[in-house]
Ligand binder design. Structure first.
Ligand code: A3P
Length: 302
């Protein structure tokens, strides 16, 4: 695409309206391409990385890519995150390519990203018994991160102020739906499928331990020096200045990192800067109700 037409396309990017598919809100473009997405042909050696938005997707993607490339940062610098690991539920106006098109062009073994909740995953992933890595992050930090992402991402709906956004988040009226349904649905699916279920808070607490879990799940042996290199390369400070992992290649007309950086704080407990006591108690109540009996718990601080 030449620069002129790219600029023209970018000028069409506007804050999207939400359209529901089976009760889950999506961007209009995703809803329009729903049957194409559902017909996606997964391959048996595809690895799926699945998260609720802002749970640490980019972080686990970089870890997986490093593991799959022997801890060689040069190999992981071959392209920006979204080109190395196609995001199949992202559709952009033509002639920008969609994640589905990127996936077609990616040689096997592919690592694919999705934010889809478990019941909406294209069936071929189950049929092919693909491995899945799921990362979950506590609802409070996840909501705060999602709020700031809405502010900076010109393709997402206007979030309003924090109080308004939190209301939408609590009732699942945000893109990709209810956080509660998402984390619970994938938690329950792990008893039936090869799913490694990780927590952002555990990754912060002891990245080497969690990277080892991923390596084991993928059947990759890592030596101590390689492990150390992966920990260092995927640390927040390293990724924040890595143009292949910090989304700085996406034009600021779409992701305006002057409003809020993509790698914003990368901590556990930033929610305390945003939630009132009443909001925090309310979320705790909803969490207890929605996750009750599942055995799934979250740490709100380390
Ligand atoms: P914050 O907004 O709280 O800083 P996603 O990749 O799913 O969009 O998630 C983005 C969130 O993960 C952001 O959270 C970002 O800073 C955080 N993140 C990205 N890379 C990280 C890393 N290496 N270590 C810790 N957090 C990271």
């Amino acid at each position: 695409m030449d620069l002129k037409s790219e600029q023209e396309v970018l000028s069409f990017i506007k804050r999207s309206e939400l359209v529901e598919v089976e009760g889950v809100p999506f961007a209009k473009e995703t809803e329009e391409n729903w049957s194409l997405l559902q017909a996606f042909a997964a391959r048996p050696d595809d690895l799926l990385i699945c998260t609720y938005p802002k749970a640490g997707t980019t972080w686990i993607q970089e870890i997986v890519d490093m593991l799959r490339h022997g801890g060689d940062p040069q190999k992981c610098a071959r392209a920006p995150t979204h080109k190395r690991m196609p995001f199949i539920d992202l559709f952009l106006p033509k002639p920008l390519t969609s994640g589905l098109e990127d996936a077609e062009e990616t040689p096997s073994p592919r690592t694919i990203k999705t934010h889809l909740s478990v019941q909406l995953l294209p069936p071929s992933f189950w049929e092919q018994n693909c491995k899945v890595i799921y990362v979950a992050r506590n609802a409070k930090d996840n909501a705060v991160s999602y709020f700031h992402f809405h502010r900076m991402n010109q393709g997402m709906p206007e979030p309003g102020n924090w109080d308004q956004f939190l209301e939408d988040f609590l009732v699942g009226k945000v893109m990709w739906g209810s956080w509660f349904d998402h984390v619970r649905g994938w938690w329950e699916a792990k008893d039936r499928h090869p799913i490694l279920y990780l927590h952002y808070e555990d990754m912060k607490e002891d990245p080497a331990r969690e990277i080892q879990k991923v390596a084991q799940f993928l059947g990759i042996e890592v030596t101590e020096p390689v492990l150390k290199r992966i920990v260092q390369h995927t640390a927040f400070e390293s990724m924040k200045t890595n143009p292949m992992a910090n989304y700085s290649t996406i034009p600021s007309l779409i992701l305006d990192q002057t409003v809020s950086p993509f790698l914003r704080k990368g901590t556990v407990g930033d929610w305390k800067e945003h939630f009132t006591v009443a909001q925090s108690e309310r979320l705790d109540e909803v969490c207890a109700r929605e996750l009750g009996g599942s055995g799934l718990t979250f740490r709100m601080e380390l």
